[in-house]
Write a protein that binds this ligand. Structure first.
Ligand SMILES: [Zn+2]
Length: 168
């Protein structure tokens, strides 16, 4: 019974998109790596353009700062949501591997001051059977255990990755 991670993604995006509308736009497989991309809209007013921000945190011990996530503020109604936070989402987030980075966000703009359409991509590197077993053992959803996250915005010809995070 080899189930496909795409079947789970078609039913529901990863839980970090719960506050957004999300439509699966693209899914593809390169060797054993599977990637799914969703276009997001505002969960309140359904507008599909956002001002993006990069979220960073200072390490609990020391002064080093790491980028850990992205915020999205709706260009129409101003609703602001966290689009991704590596300390809570993805493989390491689900396992709380990045607890040393929890704290207050330092936010800086991502991209220009022009509101943009946004897609987010989730990459799954581990074998699907392993992924399903892993999620079942923790009573969580397999689509939440992605190992790479990226944000795309429209470029002149295609969508370009503007921010990414290694989650495992
Ligand atoms: Zn809105």
């Amino acid at each position: 019974m080899a189930e496909d991670i795409f079947e789970y993604l078609r039913r529901s995006p990863p839980r970090c998109l719960a506050a957004f509308g999300a439509v699966l736009q693209n899914e593809f497989e390169k060797r054993h790596v599977r990637v799914a991309e969703f276009e997001v809209s505002c969960g309140k007013c359904k507008t599909a353009k956002f001002d993006l921000g990069i979220l960073a945190r200072v390490w609990k011990e020391g002064t080093e700062t790491s980028e850990i996530g992205v915020s999205a503020t709706c260009s129409e109604c101003g609703n602001r949501e966290t689009l991704f936070d590596g300390t809570r989402f993805g493989y390491d987030g689900e396992h709380d591997h990045l607890a040393f980075l929890k704290g207050d966000d330092i936010e800086s703009p991502l991209g220009g001051d022009r509101a943009v359409r946004v897609r987010v991509g989730f990459t799954y590197n581990i074998e699907t059977s392993e992924l399903l077993e892993h999620a079942a053992a923790l009573n969580k959803s397999p689509q939440d255990f992605f190992d790479w996250f990226h944000v795309l915005t429209p470029g002149a010809e295609d969508w370009n990755s503007v921010w990414e995070f290694e989650c495992a």
